[in-house]
Design a protein around this ligand. Structure first.
Ligand code: GLN
Length: 524
């Protein structure tokens, strides 16, 4: 028995339909396990929501592919405990959306590029294998900037994704489809990827939580390579808890990725739960306390420049004030090489991309434009297969790696990258536990409003630093400015996601922001 859209549209008329995205991941898996919720209802509601948001006027275009049949059969398998074999039920029956550059069986893995149109991977990414082992159900692949190059999801070869909170605006990028799917209440959690901010920035623009783990925390096996020394799979969640639990499940060493590290994975879910308990206890009138007492939060001056959007500055100052009230010490610090991060990133990332993307040659993967002779075939295939931004990056990367320019650009960039990394090492060695900054210098911008690629590159100023340094970082909603969500960024030292999650959960509790109501199908 398959899943059909006609079945879905019948349900759509039901005004009292339960919104399954109201459940946190933990609540949903628990309800599915104790039988108070059934997996078919969850999938019905999820695909119904996809139908509402992906059709008609104001369609988000968040998805590149859907797998209702696969989702249904996975749910059936889970229902039959005896055949599932796995005792891990942390994501039992929980729907998840996955960025189009993470390899899955059954659905194409196309990186939103014409050159990989229709390509189906013969294996799955380790992160996907781990999600499935915990009971998660992959419902679809999400739209993105082609090969993850961009900050708005406008570089997809298949059209832009719209921001569900304001459909005249971008959702951010490059993981814009995953962020939009979570923000629109389609799924509670989704996977994205980060090379230079591609999870945190869309999370900020869409008012949700986005986490980039430490480089090496999550296996890159099955993540289509953009810039291998920077790439990491990241997670989106509606809440800190959803994101922390998902990250915990996909983390840990993997023999298929030599850069994954065997550092033990802390129980992030427990960290979040105890942060919540401490916050609740701190409010007790009999025995009030300060849940973040002893914690030092760094406020780096370079992330609060004159040019920062005033609304974002205000929200950040308020969040810092909250953190002080919670007992933390807020200390002014400096990361002096921050201003060099964008130029360094836009040398290193294109250099690695030019090498990684040479494999798309019309022979091994995806499309081919037939020509007489090998070289003309390569040229025709690559010219037709890659979009403008990917072509620009390949040219830029090839240039900075070419004989005569290698030392001046690539080597120099590597040296400055080391200094950026060192900035973080220094502040964290001087007693700072986490840094707090805005995630982005502005809020979600209008579709089509930034046509100069360099202007777009500059908007990555607060996010590319953590990728260059390899440290973990996340964005969480801290309120609105200009009627749009503002993301606050927390950055921790290598492999200290636990402290980052503790601060994030405490701040989330203290801010207690109202739930956003996202309009149904049509542009509001
Ligand atoms: N804006 C960055 C870029 O275009 C983001 C890349 C990423 O994190 N995938 O390269």
């Amino acid at each position: 028995m398959g899943f059909s859209w006609s079945h879905v549209s019948i349900r759509m008329s039901d005004q009292n339909a339960m919104n399954v995205s109201m459940f946190s991941v933990r609540e949903m898996s628990a309800a599915l396990l104790d039988g108070s919720l059934d997996a078919m209802t969850v999938l019905d509601r999820t695909f119904e929501r996809i139908y509402q948001t992906e059709h008609g006027d104001g369609a988000l275009n968040a998805f590149r592919a859907l797998d209702p049949e696969g989702a249904l059969s996975a749910a059936e398998q889970l229902a039959d405990h005896s055949t599932s074999g796995s005792s891990d039920r942390r994501l039992h029956g929980v729907p998840v959306a996955v960025k189009d550059n993470i390899a899955t069986l059954r659905m194409p893995t196309g990186c939103a590029s014409k050159i990989l149109e229709g390509y189906i991977s013969p294996y799955e990414a380790t992160a996907i294998t781990r999600l499935r082992a915990a009971g998660a159900i992959v419902v679809g692949k999400t739209n993105m900037d082609e090969f993850a190059m961009g900050s708005s999801t406008e570089n997809s070869a298949y059209g832009a994704t719209l921001n569900p909170l304001d459909r005249s605006r971008v959702p951010g990028g490059s993981s814009g489809g995953s962020a939009a799917a979570v923000a629109a209440g389609v799924v509670r959690i989704a996977l994205g990827s980060e090379t230079g901010g591609s999870v945190r920035q869309p999370a900020a623009f869409c008012g949700i939580v986005g986490v980039k783990p430490t480089y090496g925390r999550v296996s890159r096996f099955g993540l289509v390579a953009f810039a291998s020394s920077l790439d990491q799979i990241g997670v989106f969640g509606k809440t800190v808890e959803d994101a922390a639990l998902t990250l915990q499940i996909i983390s840990g060493q993997d023999s298929f990725d030599a850069t994954s590290v065997d550092t033990p994975v802390p129980d992030f879910e427990k960290v979040v739960a105890s942060a919540r308990t401490s916050f609740a206890m701190s409010k007790s009138t009999a025995n009030p306390s300060l849940p973040l007492k002893g914690l030092v939060i760094g406020k780096p001056s370079e992330y609060f420049p004159e040019s920062l959007d005033e609304g974002i500055r205000t929200r950040c100052e308020e969040a810092l004030e909250k953190l002080r009230e919670l007992g933390a010490e807020v200390r002014n610090v400096s990361l002096p090489h921050t201003g060099l991060a964008v130029p360094v990133y836009y040398v290193v990332a294109p250099a690695e991309a030019s090498s990684n993307l040479s494999r798309f040659d019309g022979v091994r993967y995806g499309m081919r434009v037939e020509r007489d002779g090998l070289r003309p075939m390569y040229e025709a295939t690559r010219s037709k297969g890659f979009g403008a931004e990917v072509t620009r990056r390949i040219l830029l990367g090839t240039y900075v790696l070419s004989a005569g320019y290698y030392d001046a650009y690539y080597l120099r960039a590597q040296e400055v990258r080391q200094r950026i990394r060192n900035d973080f090492t220094v502040v964290f060695s001087e007693g700072v536990h986490v840094l707090f900054t805005p995630t982005t210098p502005g809020t979600a911008f209008k579709l089509g409003s930034i046509s100069d690629p360099y202007e777009l590159y500059l908007s990555d100023v607060f996010t590319v630093t953590a990728n260059l340094a390899g440290v973990p970082a996340m964005s969480l909603p801290i309120g609105d400015a200009n009627g749009l969500p503002v993301g606050g960024q927390l950055i921790a030292s290598h492999f200290d996601e636990a402290t980052m999650f503790r601060v994030a959960e405490t701040l989330q509790c203290a801010l207690a922001l109202p739930d956003r109501v996202v309009a149904n199908g049509h542009a509001s």
